[in-house]
Design a protein around this ligand. Structure first.
Ligand SMILES: *Cc1c(COP(=O)(O)O)cnc(C)c1O
Length: 361
């Protein structure tokens, strides 16, 4: 393993460990972009994203130069208005973010707080079926719960709701299919499963969603202008050119490997990690974990927040702390990006060393 002195081993749910090719593409002069050469890159990215997400025919991809939260906010601003009522599935920090976005923009919303369910059974949502749209984070990254997109999609279809899914932290690692899951709007971003630097978010709109875009009500993130400029492979303003070139290469790779292979890889890495730590005083926090991430609870009273600091200071390893009431209870390990069993072993070995427990081979 080549590790530059300043490098840390990272196991965070964004940024994630990047691939060598992505890193190399980041080191070249940024090209000019108002030309056919760049238009072709953007059009190729759009086509590949539509294929990988299995978006319905006629769907469009908007490339926003901003982090994922801007994608979430822009979707609310461009697709919802005073006639709407949004049902927010609120299972943690990212669900709450959708609630906050609706409130800031004066969109009526129901705040459906949920716990210990992945919504395979959507009965709890039934009382909100008069809502016009549903907002959900497919993977609630704050605690590591993956929702059942199939049952949620059935629920929104049956009740004629616009199904808006933030798939930012499960795209590429966990199953997602816009047609099968009846998704109208999909929000993804660069620095999670796609393993690119932060700075780009993408919104995939079904033809039905495109029909529901509000008239222009802002400048930078107005979807109407992204739709019209996107037809010729351009964006209204300077895009994150380098990240788009890195995206082009990643999508080409994912398409040729197939998405299934990437999902299977993340699944096997997650399983390998979970199996490897069975004799440690740690247990899985969520019953509905994605392949993308493992959330661990300490069982020996040790403070999770201290483990996070110690792993960094003693082993150069970055795992993810939680805030608020969960600060001392849980911490999170991402499996997204360029993960190998050898790389996961660095963390596993460190944990065994930290607890002074001998690892069985
Ligand atoms: C990371 C993440 C986002 C976006 O967060 P940014 O800090 O804006 O990149 C949104 N939703 C979920 C579920 C996420 O995991």
């Amino acid at each position: 393993m080549i590790l530059k002195k300043q490098d840390k081993y990272i196991f965070t749910p964004g940024p994630v460990r990047m691939y060598e090719e992505t890193l190399n593409l980041g080191g070249v002069q940024t090209p000019y972009f108002r030309n056919n050469e760049f238009s072709n890159v953007l059009l190729e990215c759009e086509e590949n994203l539509i294929q990988i997400s299995n978006a319905p025919s006629g769907s469009r991809v908007l490339f926003l130069t901003a982090s994922g939260t801007a994608g979430m906010e822009a979707v609310v601003q461009n697709l919802l208005n005073s006639k709407d009522k949004a049902l927010v599935v609120n299972g943690g920090g990212f669900g709450q973010r959708f609630v906050d976005i609706c409130d800031i923009h004066n969109i009526k919303r129901e705040d459906c707080k949920i716990q210990n369910t992945n919504l395979s059974d959507t009965t709890i949502l039934d009382k909100y079926k008069d809502c016009s749209s549903l907002l959900v984070n497919a993977h609630e990254t704050s605690i590591g719960t993956l929702y059942n997109l199939e049952s949620i999609g059935k629920f929104t279809k049956k009740n004629k709701m616009l199904n808006i899914v933030d798939a930012i932290s499960m795209f590429i690692t966990d199953e997602l299919d816009m047609i099968k899951h009846h998704i109208d709007v999909l929000i993804i971003s660069s620095h999670k499963g796609l393993a690119l630097p932060p700075g780009l978010s993408m919104v995939i709109l079904s033809p039905y969603a495109i029909k529901n875009i509000n008239p222009r009500n802002q400048l930078y993130l107005d979807f109407n202008s992204y739709i019209s400029d996107g037809k010729r492979g351009q964006t209204p303003f300077t895009p994150a050119v380098t990240i788009i070139l890195q995206l082009q290469a990643r999508l080409k790779q994912i398409k040729s490997d197939t998405l299934e292979i990437h999902i299977a890889k993340a699944k096997s890495i997650a399983k390998y990690f979970r199996d490897s730590i069975k004799s440690l005083p740690l247990e899985l926090y969520s019953d509905f974990m994605p392949n993308a991430m493992t959330t661990l609870r300490t069982t020996d009273g040790k403070k999770a927040s201290e483990i996070v600091i110690d792993l960094d200071e003693k082993y150069n390893i970055i795992v993810t702390p939680n805030g608020g009431v969960l600060k001392d209870k849980i911490f999170r390990i991402s499996h997204m990006g360029n993960m190998t069993k050898e790389y996961v072993d660095i963390l596993v070995d460190a944990l065994y060393d930290y607890y002074k427990i001998k690892k069985e081979r």
